[in-house]
Write a protein that binds this ligand. Structure first.
Ligand SMILES: Nc1ncnc2c1ncn2[C@@H]1O[C@H](COP(=O)(O)OP(=O)(O)O)[C@@H](O)[C@H]1O
Ligand SMILES: [Mg+2]
Length: 298
């Protein structure tokens, strides 16, 4: 059986220019391809916008590195629905993507008791909302980000001294948080879960002068063996999710000034899953997928 690894023109290998983080696509494919092959599953890299006919012989698709749908979320969701309607097993499924695509889900997790970053939600944000947030949080720096966004794109950070121009607007639904200094001091902690179980941890640090930890902004990562209390906080986030049968989940956490980790994002769509820090990642994911597809275990 063939398994599609959804990608986008910026991450797919080929003659065209690739994104600065396309090497992550290659690392994931390198980890997954042999592990799937062992189980009789052939990994096929495919642009998520490819004509539907090109998906005809796929039994399943992984959302992979489809990292360019932020400005066309409806089109992306419609494509996943169309694949599912053709009997292709979409991992994670469209209903999970629909729930996870707008960071408003963080408010839902907070309501279920998960530790979250304090957040103000707005249909749009401009200078007035930034000033109000600085006062509300009693913070000297805030981060404003898109509710539908990824990879740190379209995100801004302001202080009382570096407010935006009076006519500046995000121009879309936005969320504002106090800037957490722990992101500079110790970075972000990622907890990768495969089939609901903790697989491996990653500590992600920003480049000098940056606060966004993504590799595309010069961030770097290292393996991370979480303390039991920190792992328990991430597991509590997993328990607060309204889904139980997730093939993969990535819980990103940052420490609050009080010392407790808080969830920055619960990434259930197309997270990079850090195969370099999880040597068993390929096997674990392939095994869990094979089980879902009822392929005999090896
Ligand atoms: N409140 C915050 N305080 C400090 N850094 C932040 C904050 N929010 C976001 N960041 C930084 O920006 C990065 C991207 O933000 P995030 O919420 O993870 O959105 P996404 O990854 O979907 O773009 C984070 O990984 C972190 O480095
Ligand atoms: Mg993130």
């Amino acid at each position: 059986m063939k398994v599609g690894f959804l990608a986008c023109p910026g991450t797919l290998p080929g003659p065209g220019p690739r994104r600065g983080d396309a090497f992550e696509h290659d690392l994931e494919v390198a980890a997954l391809r042999p592990a799937l092959a062992t189980r009789g599953l052939e990994l096929v890299e495919i642009d998520w916008r490819a004509p539907l006919d090109e998906f005809a012989d796929l039994g399943s698709v992984l959302l992979g590195t489809a990292w360019d749908y932020q400005d066309c979320a409806a089109e992306f969701l419609a494509r996943l629905d169309a694949l599912a309607a053709r009997g292709i097993r979409v991992c994670n499924p469209p209903e999970v993507v629909r729930w996870n695509i707008d960071k408003g889900y963080l408010a839902e997790l907070a309501g279920r008791g998960a530790a979250t970053v304090p957040t103000l939600w707005h249909e749009d944000a401009g200078r007035a909302e930034i000033e109000a947030a600085l006062a509300h949080f009693g913070a000297d720096r805030v981060v404003v980000k898109r509710r539908v966004g990824a990879g740190g794109e379209g995100q801004h950070s302001f202080t009382c001294d570096t407010l935006p121009e009076a006519d500046w607007r995000m121009g879309r639904p936005a969320m504002i948080q106090p800037f957490l200094p722990a992101i500079i001091e110790e970075g972000e902690f990622t907890f990768v879960f495969i089939d609901g179980r903790f697989s491996h941890g990653v500590n992600k640090r920003a480049a000098m002068g940056e606060y966004r930890i993504q590799s595309i902004f010069g961030g770097h990562e290292a393996g991370y063996d979480p303390a039991p209390a920190d792992l328990a906080t991430a597991e509590a986030v997993m328990a607060a999710l309204p889904f139980t049968d997730l093939l993969y989940a990535r819980i990103d956490m940052v420490r609050l000034p009080g010392g407790e980790l808080a969830v920055m994002e619960a990434e259930l769509i197309e997270p990079y899953l850090y195969p370099e820090q999880g040597p068993d990642f390929g096997d674990r994911l392939a095994e869990a997928l094979a089980r879902r597809l009822a392929v005999p275990a090896v």
